[in-house]
Design a protein around this ligand. Structure first.
Ligand SMILES: [Mn+2]
Length: 321
């Protein structure tokens, strides 16, 4: 239903799409990338007569110009020049800000110090624009979790067909309250699509992320069918401790992975904070998050309709420190 809507709204072929990675409030960088891709501002909206944009989500949080970034993306979507799928940061923002209908003065996600720190930049930048923020929240609620058309799929973190089969692309209004319970099927499904496969670190190991968070889990490359050990399976900036990396991948862990083989349509994700020269992860999977907000690159893939992805189709701009 909703993925058909999205395809009809864009009204182009897969070969006319430019897919853009996690923006995280880097609005100036986004404008430079759009200009590099020959999008020009006409009547206040970036447009390219031949092409349309799909944003992989995570427009909000962390960066210096979140309001501007959200306005650029929203104006493009509303004008039919782009679509965007929800990232884990938009989901977090929605759940943090939407009231829990069952418990007065509570929200779908509790205001713990950690949850507050994730959304802090966004709330500070909208502090004097609270009506705008409420309006953006209503708009974000209507954005899809995934996008597909013949020859292209886009999702923030993990294409799990079994989950997608049971979810409408847009979360129905009546179901948002289910997200107040992290154990609900809907919460687990949405987390799977927007945050990917997170596996527990074997006891008693814990990791410290670069930002100082204690982590008891790690992000896995969901597409891998036969990784040699946990180190090969991990897909995140922080490497696993050596002793953990060498551990075998148990059948229990393998059962949590998704097979995404080379016969599937080209798939684009964000989310994973990559570094280095942009290139496909497999012949038909590309991650477009190259850590723009950490002074990496904001990356786009210029689709050409081919089944096999190619490094030449990447475009990027560096973020000015
Ligand atoms: Mn992100």
């Amino acid at each position: 239903m909703s993925d058909l809507q999205a395809t009809e709204e864009l009204n182009v072929k897969a070969s006319q799409l430019d897919i853009i990675g996690d923006v995280h409030g880097c609005a100036n960088t986004l404008q430079r990338l759009l200009q590099k891709l020959d999008y020009q501002k006409v009547a206040g909206v970036y447009r390219n007569p031949q092409r349309k944009v799909v944003f992989v989500g995570d427009i909000v949080d962390r960066g210096p110009r979140i309001r501007e970034a959200l306005a650029i993306v929203r104006d493009m979507v509303d004008a039919g020049e782009a679509t965007m799928v929800l990232g884990n940061h938009e989901l977090h923002a929605l759940c943090y800000c939407l009231p829990n209908p069952n418990i007065p003065n509570h929200y779908l996600r509790p205001h713990t110090p950690r949850n507050t720190s994730i959304i802090q930049e966004t709330l500070e930048q909208f502090a004097n624009h609270s009506q705008d923020w409420q309006d953006h929240l209503r708009w974000l609620k209507q954005r899809p979790l995934y996008f597909q058309m013949p020859g292209v799929r886009v999702i923030h973190a993990c294409w799990d067909q079994s989950v997608i089969n049971r979810l409408a692309a847009v979360i129905p209004e009546a179901r948002w309250s289910e997200l107040a319970d992290p154990a609900s099927q809907l919460s687990r499904d949405v987390k799977r699509l927007t945050s990917g496969v997170e596996l527990p670190l074997p006891e008693p190991h814990i990791m410290l992320s670069a930002e100082g968070y204690r982590r008891r889990s790690f992000r896995a490359g969901f597409w891998q069918s036969n990784p040699v050990n946990l180190g090969a399976l991990a897909f995140q900036p922080d490497p696993l401790p050596d002793s953990v990396a060498a551990l075998p991948v148990t059948d229990d862990i393998k059962a949590q992975l998704v097979v995404y083989d080379s016969s599937q349509p080209p798939l684009f994700v964000g989310h994973y904070w990559l570094n280095g020269s942009p290139k496909p992860i497999t012949e038909n999977i590309a991650c477009l998050d190259y850590s723009a907000v950490k002074f990496g690159r904001l990356v786009a893939y210029r689709c050409d309709g081919r089944q096999t992805l190619h490094p030449n189709q990447y475009n990027w701009v560096y973020v000015d420190p």
